[in-house]
Write a protein that binds this ligand. Structure first.
Ligand code: GLN
Ligand code: ZN
Length: 784
């Protein structure tokens, strides 16, 4: 008989209870007991929802991050938090956030923005040195998802020691809540090491011999608690491993072979590929693989896997929000079930952390679109249907299967999904459409003549502070309290303020400030066809932060202009050039739930054509500079390096399609808010934007080395003002950074600007910082 299980359940709570409880605890508005209580409730609710499963995950809950939890379980805390006062929860939040509670009112204020994409990968605080705060652990993306984990830190003196309390307590709680077969979830030793960072250059793998005995001890404690199966997550098995890391897998799992619990070696987010043999032959009791997006691993594994091992198949995608085609899955799964018998387990492909909790909360979604979707709760229902069909035959779940077939067919044939005009527009794209008329050198001359900018032109990245007033207005407009005329005039007021302030500051290229935008992706999605929006579809991004990715369900087109009026209005208020401000196609794609019925590049091309129309209309409306943000271009990189080129090729092609239809004298900017360019610099140069603004202030301009070594030919605005920090940078600091930059990039190709948009900051912080920045530009000009 097939075993049903799950790899992890969303933990932020159906109504984001954990988020609110955390934030209230951090502000000192509620007690530790209240927070612990919320945590327990969220766990119990998750277990209740999963009661239909044969084995239920435990330990997948987290107050902040599951990797940080593992660091605590292994006793691997950075030295800087050891010996601080407070309980272990306080140390935990110190590593997570740089402090355990929020600072008193007289301490530097910290950005507390609403959930948004704006600072997708950075902390809400970098470093705070007062009030027993310590620097937060570094945060980075969890494989190719939009979840971020706290990077474990290692050095030559790292010692591990077991603290299994969290897991043991949760196992007891799960049992009390009626879970008969709790299946603890842990991150495996090899993935744990590979995700961490060596602080002193020590060899991480040298720690393995020390680490394995602690894992062995952990497994023993779990065995003592009566646990039968443990889910050991080793997702790095779907990435390319060199021979040392492959060997580490053998060492680690041979070291754990004597354990009294059974291990389910768990992989997800892709195919095992060349690691199939390794994964199949490690001495564990079972192997979980992701077969939701591709079944490429399946046939080889069936032959490779020793016959005593369980094979767990991730048959339902844990990454998207689409209903699975249950009849289609059964067609290939039934023969396998016959062949494997009790050895077959089924589950979602990965933890359901990456999807929203419950579709039933979505009462205002269009019913047709809604009928195509499944969130975490619905995905478990799907699993249940598959399980019953495999055990008792399809007739036992005929109704559900018929309803599912109906939904799949309705989506496949819907005219809302397929728009022949979009199809034909995409198929008539020619390479010439992504090509500027002339190379940068010639364009630069034309642009300089027209724009008449000084050296080191000073600009910003787009958004100005999103004040409470702006947010209130937007909400009032949404709920109908404020009519369109009232709303538009209020936004005009904000634009006017932004333009006046920028003129007073003496910036050279102005922006309208983005007051009308809730989020840089949602704003465009709302105006394009093919997009749907949820009201409760929150997914954890990191800690208490959540994002609500829009759902791209159909062919994308642009029925009307999206930004022209605002930008034109802004330009009418000043003689200085105002930048048109758009989000790029790759970023729109990467921050949405996307279609699974066509390749991502196809969807991206459609978005690119829509943005292209907007670009050309901005140009026709007299806008001389257009910025197209590609904040998330890097995020789309595939896990396997061997697939990078293919991705970068279509991603860059889509950007070019969106941007490069303009005349030579129109200046195209792009912005990317990260600081790793070494490995993608060729692609960046291929985008051929006239100006790129990037995040650099914290790397002391070293990242410009990549641009320098590559002889990057176009203009660059290295961010000199770290907008993630409340600190106001001084003029001299920024002058120094620009001088560093000028050692690498000829100064006539340098711009001066902040790291990213200013929407999460307050005007009181922004004005002095920009004043200093403009002064820095003036000093630099004077000194030459
Ligand atoms: N133009 C956007 C802004 O300023 C860019 C945001 C981003 O890069 N994440 O807010
Ligand atoms: Zn940015």
């Amino acid at each position: 008989m097939v075993t049903l299980h799950n790899l992890g359940f969303p933990r932020i709570g159906r109504n984001r209870e954990l988020k609110f409880s955390l934030e209230s605890y951090w502000k000192g508005q509620s007690t530790r007991e209240q927070l612990l209580h919320t945590g327990e409730q969220v766990r119990r609710e998750g277990w209740a929802t999963q009661s239909c499963l044969d084995r239920v995950p435990v330990g997948d809950f987290s107050f902040y991050d599951q990797v940080l939890d593992m660091s605590f379980t292994l006793g691997n805390l950075p030295a800087r938090v050891k010996g601080q006062e407070g309980g272990s929860l306080d140390s935990y939040f110190r590593v997570a956030r740089g402090r355990s509670v929020d600072l008193p009112a007289d301490a530097p204020s910290l950005p507390r923005s609403q959930d948004s994409h704006n600072h997708h990968k950075t902390h809400d605080v970098q470093e705070v040195t007062c009030c027993h705060a310590v620097s937060a652990g570094e945060m980075t993306k969890w494989f190719d998802t939009n979840y971020h984990y706290i990077v474990p830190e290692f050095d030559a003196r790292t010692q591990f020691s077991l603290d299994a309390t969290r897991l043991l307590e949760q196992i007891d709680q799960a049992r009390e809540s009626g879970v008969t077969h709790p299946k603890p979830v842990i991150i495996g030793p090899v993935t744990y090491l590979s995700l961490g960072k060596s602080k002193d250059g020590c060899d991480k793998l040298a720690l393995l011999d020390q680490l394995v005995p602690v894992y062995a001890q952990l497994l023993e404690s779990l065995a003592d608690r009566g646990v039968e199966w443990v889910q050991v997550d080793e997702p790095i098995l779907v990435t390319e491993l060199d021979s040392r890391w492959q060997h580490a897998f053998k060492t680690a799992y041979h070291g754990l072979k004597g354990s009294r619990v059974k291990l389910l070696l768990t992989t997800y987010f892709g195919q095992l590929g060349e690691n199939q043999y390794l994964a199949a032959h490690l001495p564990v009791a079972g192997l979980h693989v992701d077969v939701a997006t591709s079944r490429a691993d399946l046939v080889p594994l069936l032959n490779l896997l020793p016959t005593h091992k369980v094979l767990s198949l991730g048959v339902i995608s844990g990454r998207n929000i689409w209903k699975a085609d249950l009849n289609g899955v059964l067609d290939w799964l039934e023969p396998l079930a016959d062949r494997l018998g009790d050895r077959l387990w089924i589950a979602p492909s990965c933890s359901l952390l990456h999807v929203p909790v419950d579709l039933d909360s979505e009462t205002s979604l269009d019913p047709e679109i809604r009928s195509w979707l499944a969130f975490a709760v619905q995905k478990l229902d799907e699993l249940g249907v598959l399980g019953t069909a495999l055990t008792n035959g399809r007739d036992a779940v005929r109704e559900s299967l018929d309803a599912n077939r109906h939904a799949i067919e309705s989506r496949r044939n819907s005219t809302r999904v397929h728009n022949p005009r979009v199809r034909s527009a995409v198929s008539s794209v020619t390479p010439g459409m992504g090509q500027r008329q002339h190379g940068y050198a010639r364009r630069a001359v034309l642009q300089a003549g027209w724009l008449d900018l000084p050296k080191y032109p000073a600009t910003t990245i787009g958004s100005f502070p999103q004040t409470t007033n702006i947010r209130r207005m937007r909400k009032a407009y949404r709920t109908g309290e404020l009519d369109r005329v009232g709303y538009e005039s209020a936004i005009r007021g904000e634009i006017q303020r932004a333009i006046r302030e920028q003129e007073k500051l003496g910036l050279d290229v102005l922006v309208h400030g983005e007051a009308e935008r809730n989020d840089m992706v949602e704003y465009f999605g709302e105006q394009l066809t093919g997009y749907a929006f949820t009201t409760h579809g929150w997914v954890q991004s990191y800690g208490s932060r959540c994002v609500k990715p829009p759902i791209l369900y159909g062919d994308v087109s642009r029925p009307h202009p999206m930004t022209i009026d605002w930008i034109q209005y802004a330009q009418s208020l000043t003689d200085r050039p105002v930048k048109g401000m758009l989000t790029g196609p790759v970023t729109i794609l990467n921050w949405s739930f996307v279609r699974d019925d066509q390749p991502r590049r196809e969807t991206c091309r459609q978005i690119a054509l829509a943005i292209r129309q907007e670009v050309l209309e901005l140009e026709a409306a007299g806008i001389r500079i257009i910025q197209i943000d590609e904040a998330a271009l890097r995020e789309g990189l595939p896990l396997r390096r061997s697939q990078w080129d293919a991705y970068l090729q279509w991603a860059v092609e889509c950007f070019r399609l969106a941007a490069n239809g303009v005349q030579d004298q129109t200046q195209i900017h792009t912005h990317m808010c990260y600081s790793e360019f070494n490995d993608i610099i060729v692609a960046i140069a291929n985008m051929d934007a006239d100006v790129i603004t990037i995040e650099t202030s914290r790397s002391d301009m070293e990242l410009l080395d990549a641009f320098d070594q590559f002889d990057y030919p176009n203009e660059i605005g290295p961010g000199v003002y770290d907008i993630h920090s409340p600190n106001v940078p001084s003029t001299s600091q920024m002058v120094r950074l620009m001088q560093e930059a000028a050692r690498r990039i000829p100064s006539h190709r340098l711009w001066i600007n902040p790291d990213c948009g200013l929407k999460t900051r307050r005007w009181e912080e922004v004005l002095p910082a920009l004043r200093n920045m403009v002064n820095a530009a003036r000093e630099l000009r004077a000194s030459e």
